[in-house]
Write a protein that binds this ligand. Structure first.
Ligand code: BTN
Length: 268
């Protein structure tokens, strides 16, 4: 049984809780196409076709949290990628609150993974769909949190929250997440109203304070091959600034790996 936090309810969010489904991101899209007004969380106890980034499968046995948030026309389309950072920050805050582990052990890995002791505990899949030709913009923020189990055989180290907080459930995590998202999203919208020139500024600062590998040498795996350089920061669209001998390159998709973890990572 999962419930919204009182903060999320007060802010007008709604919840559909399912025992099992194919993918909550697909359920959210179906809801959008049927005219749902958004601010809708969908949570499932398990998924039979959970999806990750880059078309990967997201293993979804019972015990972990699988949820998608549908937002309708939350912002101008060019600002939509910022919502991945808004949700990443909300996850960071929620996981810090429910596990009680210090913020220093939790970090955000570009673009939107949450790491605990440098192992992945949560992944985020951000999707945008234009409805009815040129109609409203549906944004779906899908999040999977390893509460009870960590997947095995992944191309990165993974960990479950119960390894640091036995007894923690997906309900604890969801309640905290629905509260922190409502608060972070509203702060982002207010910042955008007050500073239209750089609406991403405050979120970017908070995100970078929690970023894994900032200022360090990193390896990026892109469809066009591997790139190495120093992770300098984020630009105003959330693109990663990678500094190398050939200058600063802006990267808007890819997976980030840290050199000292590379030996743990099987090549895809
Ligand atoms: O590759 C990643 O790191 C992103 C994983 C996102 C998984 C979540 S689980 C809930 C939602 N439904 C899906 O099918 N995927 C997302």
């Amino acid at each position: 049984m999962v419930n919204l936090s009182p903060e999320a309810e007060a802010a007008g969010y709604r919840l559909i809780a399912l025992e099992a489904t194919e993918s909550t991101n697909d359920d959210a899209l179906r809801a959008a196409r049927s005219g749902d007004p958004g601010q809708l969380w969908i949570v499932a106890g398990e998924q039979h076709a959970g999806r990750g980034r880059h078309g990967r499968q997201w293993s979804s046995p019972p015990g972990n949290l699988y949820t998608s948030l549908l937002l309708i026309d939350p912002c101008e389309p060019q600002h939509a990628p910022q919502l991945g950072f808004v949700a990443g920050l909300a996850l960071h805050e929620a996981i810090e609150a429910v596990t009680g582990v210090g913020a220093l052990r939790l970090s955000l890995k570009w673009p939107n993974d949450l790491l605990l002791d440098r192992a992945k505990v949560s992944g985020l899949l951000l999707e945008g769909h234009r409805l009815q030709g040129n109609g409203p913009l549906a944004i779906i923020i899908g999040m999977g949190v390893n509460v009870a189990f960590a997947p095995t055989g992944t191309p990165y180290p993974a960990k479950a929250l119960q390894s640091v907080r036995p007894g923690l459930t997906r309900q604890h995590v969801f309640r905290a997440l629905s509260a922190s998202f409502a608060q972070t999203f509203s702060a982002w919208r207010n910042a955008a109203r007050m500073n239209a020139a750089d609406p991403f500024g405050p979120i970017r600062r908070l995100w970078l304070e929690r970023a894994a590998g900032l200022g360090q040498e990193v390896t990026l795996r892109l469809p066009s091959g591997e790139r190495r350089g120093i992770f300098e920061g984020l630009d105003r669209f959330g693109r990663l600034q990678l500094k190398s001998v050939s200058g600063v390159e802006l990267i808007d998709a890819g997976d980030l790996y840290f050199p000292h973890l590379l030996h743990d990572i099987a090549k895809p």
